[in-house]
Design a protein around this ligand. Structure first.
Ligand SMILES: NC(=O)C1=CN([C@@H]2O[C@H](COP(=O)(O)OP(=O)(O)OC[C@H]3O[C@@H](n4cnc5c(N)ncnc54)[C@H](OP(=O)(O)O)[C@@H]3O)[C@@H](O)[C@H]2O)C=CC1
Ligand SMILES: Cc1cn([C@H]2C[C@H](O)[C@@H](COP(=O)(O)OP(=O)(O)O[C@H]3O[C@@H](C)C(=O)[C@@H](O)[C@H]3O)O2)c(=O)[nH]c1=O
Ligand SMILES: [Mg+2]
Length: 295
């Protein structure tokens, strides 16, 4: 039996991993915050060793982008130092690690989708903390795959889709139209993480290690995503009427953290290596809305 330990239990990705179709010979174990608080760096070794995992997927992180501007030290600890420790523990145990990172390691200045080896330059504290985590993970000597993804949403949890449905009663909503990216279903991301873990576990395969980009296919803006969410929710009877989405520039939506204008990720390397091409984001959105409508 191959045991994959997931760090995290209640987050979007952790829950999607728990719902992944079972595979014979593979079991998933979960360590939620109650069993392992990543801010407690010394607790990581004993907690992980007790599970005796064959591989580890880190699905936990400090993800409050705006709050990270204030709680920078805590974000750095959870997204940076704890990830480095986790990778050390994995190295000592001979267990490969799949770690999840973000488009926010980039400054958004390129006018094409970002490739894995493009220069990083985070524009906010969350992005900087996640970059620290990538570097610490890759330096620890474990076999590590870092999956950078973007704009993650799920049928559950805190995400842009949930926020839009919560605000759906409003007459009109102003949503930024000059940040471009591609939404990623946590269900698809879970499959990508499991594929990367399986490849790392395959003994003769060192080519799965390194940095990879994985998001939905296609692109939109947050305003475009919002409109698609409302159209899909309306079609499924989840809302009675759709609010008007007023497209605004980022300058008209001030937030504590700056966000990159271009978050699009070039996922062609991942698709070629792991045989898992992302599907158009609209298809994934339909699945997530269907599941939410049923829940
Ligand atoms: N959400 C997004 O849009 C994107 C996310 N990512 C990355 O994807 C990964 C998964 O994100 P996602 O599932 O969306 O995240 P969520 O915000 O849904 O969940 C984060 C999880 O991390 C846990 N966590 C936070 N702090 C700690 C801590 N100190 N100790 C232990 N666990 C902790 C939370 O636990 P609790 O529930 O107890 O708070 C929660 O289970 C992360 O690495 C994130 O950086 C990358 C790009 C986009
Ligand atoms: C709620 C709302 C948001 N917005 C804007 C703010 C922001 O620019 C954008 C998205 O809002 P969010 O709060 O979901 O953004 P944010 O939390 O920054 O989302 C990010 O989370 C982290 C964890 C990541 O790694 C990124 O990939 C990305 O998904 O939409 C509006 O314009 N109008 C609105 O009514
Ligand atoms: Mg957010």
């Amino acid at each position: 039996m191959t045991r994959i330990l997931v760090i995290g239990e209640t987050g979007q990705l952790a829950r999607a991993l728990a719902e992944a179709p079972p595979v014979p010979g593979r079991e998933l174990a979960f360590l939620g915050r109650g069993a392992l608080d990543l801010a407690d760096i010394e607790a990581i070794g004993p907690a992980v060793s007790a599970v005796r995992p064959d591989a580890v997927i880190n699905a936990a992180a400090y993800t409050a982008v705006d709050r990270a501007e204030e709680e920078t030290a805590l974000a750095e600890r959870i997204n940076g130092a704890a990830v480095g420790r986790l990778a050390e523990v994995c190295a000592a145990a001979g267990a490969p690690l799949v770690h999840v990172s973000t488009d926010y390691v980039f400054d958004g200045s390129l006018d094409r989708p970002w490739r894995e080896d493009d220069p990083v330059a985070p524009v906010n504290a969350y992005g900087a903390s996640k970059l620290a985590g990538e570097r610490a993970a890759l330096a620890a000597g474990a076999r590590v795959a870092v999956l950078r993804t973007a704009w993650v949403y799920a049928p559950w949890g805190a995400n842009f889709l949930a926020t839009m449905l919560r605000l759906a009663e409003r007459e009109r909503l102003t949503v930024v139209d000059d940040q471009h990216g591609c939404p990623t279903s946590a269900l698809d991301l879970a499959a990508a993480c499991l594929a990367a873990a399986a490849a790392l576990l395959a003994e003769d395969d060192a080519t799965a290690a390194g940095i990879w980009h994985y998001s939905g296919a296609g692109e939109t803006s947050w305003a475009g995503f919002a409109e698609a969410i409302f159209a899909g929710a309306l079609a499924r009877g989840m809302i009675g009427r759709a609010p008007e989405v007023v497209r605004i520039p980022t300058a008209d939506y001030p937030t504590p953290a700056r966000r990159p204008a271009n978050s699009r990720l070039d996922c062609s390397r991942f698709a070629a290596r792991f045989g898992l091409a992302p599907r158009p984001w609209q298809e994934a959105l339909a699945e997530v809305l269907d599941r939410r409508a049923r829940a």
